[in-house]
Design a protein around this ligand. Structure first.
Ligand SMILES: Nc1ncnc2c1ncn2[C@@H]1O[C@H](COP(=O)(O)OP(=O)(O)OP(=O)(O)O)[C@@H](O)[C@H]1O
Ligand SMILES: [Mg+2]
Length: 296
């Protein structure tokens, strides 16, 4: 079996044991992919639940409400979004949803508001409201859409770590590579974690990472860490159609077992140094400017 911290690559050896989480600010992990429909939302939700089962407090922010399907997968309907916080009609506590599994959900965007269009004053309101609740969480997962778009890039550059979901199809692989290239050009220190999903076997997943990493090392001079793989498993689709997370509905499925290993790996990764952490909405303000200049 692969050692849980294999693939940490450039992360300093001395820091591998330092896994104590900050009690003040959550670690921000953006989950994204090159191609759509590869399992981002399923992995965000189910990994969040496994972390919760290991006593970690997790908030999942749905940064892509129309495509993200977080509500469909969890069988919950958000009543409010951050738009109601900005217009002053609801508080952050009223917007956050509590799922019975113990994870919380922040429905961030709506038809009326996208985070990239929010003006500086709005982002200030969001940052202040979020400051009042962020200490309640160890992890903030940001579930995004796919591909190199301004929203996805802003959310990726604002993270402490980025999980890139990849499936074995050629389009998924080349699209993830494009993503790594652009993220790396702006933030070379940001740890990128590749997570193969829908693979035939764990060996295939490991091989996919190995090949991908050879390419990024050769052409971008950077290492993409291995986050563990999840195999193709009918339990995932069945759980989705029941609107229940697969780690709860089918806890002994292969996909759930694989994700346990992923969870274990994630907990072993060194957290970002506390002094570099800041509020996600304050980061958004800075990063969307960078992204604006990058994509024009
Ligand atoms: N390991 C897996 N085994 C089998 N099916 C899977 C697996 N992972 C995901 N799927 C299928 O893929 C579908 C899409 O998953 P999901 O909605 O999580 O993808 P996504 O990347 O978030 O999509 P989008 O880009 O639209 O947000 C699921 O409904 C499920 O049926
Ligand atoms: Mg999704």
């Amino acid at each position: 079996m692969t050692h849980p911290i294999q693939g940490l690559g450039t992360m300093a050896k001395g820091k591998r044991r330092q896994v104590a989480r900050s009690k003040t600010l959550p670690e921000i992990i953006t989950i994204t992919s090159g191609k759509g429909g590869v399992g981002k939302t399923n992995i965000a939700v189910n990994l969040g639940i496994l972390l919760r089962q290991r006593k970690q407090r997790v908030l999942i922010m749905d940064a892509d409400l129309h495509l993200g399907k977080l509500d469909v997968i969890l069988g919950i309907t958000p009543r409010y979004t951050l738009a109601e916080l900005i217009d002053g009609s609801r508080s952050m506590e009223e917007i956050i949803l509590h799922h019975p599994s113990g994870i919380d959900i922040l429905p961030a965007t709506s038809g009326e508001l996208t985070l990239l269009e929010a003006d500086t004053h709005m982002l200030k309101i969001l940052a202040e409201s979020f400051s009042s609740i962020q200490a309640q969480y160890d992890y903030l997962f940001v579930d995004t859409g796919a591909g190199v778009s301004p929203t996805v890039l802003t959310m990726a550059l604002g993270a402490d770590k980025v999980i890139l979901i990849i499936t074995p199809e050629p389009a998924s692989i080349s699209d993830v590579y494009a993503m790594v290239k652009v993220i790396h050009s702006k933030s070379p220190e940001l740890p990128l974690i590749l997570m193969p999903n829908r693979v035939r076997s764990m060996e295939d997943g490991l091989e996919l990472h190995k090949k991908f990493n050879l390419v990024t090392q050769k052409f971008l001079k950077t290492t993409v860490h291995y986050g563990g793989s999840v195999v193709e498993d009918t339990a995932v689709g069945q759980a989705v159609s029941r609107q229940r997370p697969f780690v709860i509905e089918y806890p002994r499925s292969q996909a759930a077992n694989n994700l346990q290993l992923v969870c274990h790996r994630l907990l072993k990764l060194p957290p970002r140094e506390f002094e570099h952490r800041s509020n996600i909405f304050s980061r958004l303000r800075i990063n969307r400017k960078i992204v604006g200049s990058l994509l024009t």
